[in-house]
Design a protein around this ligand. Structure first.
Ligand SMILES: [Ca+2]
Length: 261
């Protein structure tokens, strides 16, 4: 009897403490605008009108004859696959001749792929793939936008603030500003891929006939811009056969090691 009373006292005392603790947590949350930081709600594409200043955006979004390639993947990060395509109108005004579109549910967003000097020949711009490059939210769009003799140059577009934004690379210069070189010939190879801890690797391999000299630079995201951490620069000379194993970014398409969308 005494023991039972004792236990019941402890239980009621404990539940009062829990109630006080819960009330305290609620107050703390109110005071600090307690957000659920672990699982932010995915953003929705903007719905307020066109995404670009191009008068042909709406027409290009529905003209299937203007489309170049089409991919599906979750770009918006809500777990549902979105449609991704490029539409080209080479008679449009400069800046509006090639647009990138993402359709998510009943909404469509766009970004221009036409920077004035963009060459619309050679089948460019063209979708290369959907990969998680910046490690945030849904998949990012890898788009080949320029070509050299045998090297392709890709831009990466992320879904942010309800629209599409191109990843910027600190220190990169025109005509390949914010573009990642990949591919190449026997004499020179270029590659871009994900490294560990959200880093992006940008590498080149120059051949002297028998061996490759590899330079690998590591970039990290700082406020949405890729900045090079020169303390992580790597340089190595090795036999051609060893290249794909030692530097796997050269073994496949750009951003192959990044997580799938
Ligand atoms: Ca989606």
């Amino acid at each position: 009897m005494v023991a039972a009373l004792h236990r019941s006292y402890h239980l009621s005392h404990m539940s009062t403490s829990i109630a006080r603790l819960a009330a305290l947590l609620v107050l703390l949350c109110l005071a600090t605008a307690c957000d659920d930081v672990d699982s932010p709600a995915p953003e929705s594409p903007r719905s307020d009108g066109p995404s670009t200043n191009c008068s042909n955006e709406e027409q290009l979004s529905t003209d299937e004859s203007a489309r170049r390639g089409e991919l599906r993947g979750d770009v918006t990060g809500d777990g549902e696959a979105d449609g991704v395509f490029i539409a080209v109108d080479d008679r449009a005004e400069s800046g509006c001749r090639a647009l990138l579109f993402v359709t998510s549910g009943d909404r469509t967003i766009a970004a221009s792929l036409d920077f004035g000097d963009t060459d619309l020949g050679l089948g460019l711009p063209a979708l290369e793939g959907i990969k998680q490059v910046d490690g945030d939210g849904g998949g990012d769009l890898v788009v080949n936008m320029a070509a050299g003799a045998s090297t392709l140059f890709a831009g990466v577009f992320i879904f942010a603030d309800g629209g599409l934004e191109q990843i910027r690379i600190e220190g990169s210069q025109p005509p390949v500003e914010n573009l990642f070189a990949h591919g190449g010939g026997v004499a020179q190879l270029s590659a871009a891929d994900c490294g560990g801890d959200g880093a992006v690797l940008v590498s080149t391999a120059m051949s002297d006939g028998r061996r490759y000299r590899v330079d690998r630079y590591t970039y990290e995201f700082e406020d949405g811009v890729l900045a090079r951490d020169s303390a992580k620069d790597e340089r190595q000379t090795l036999r051609a056969q060893s290249l794909p194993r030692s530097f796997p970014e050269f073994a496949g398409p750009p951003f192959s090691s990044c997580p799938d969308a």
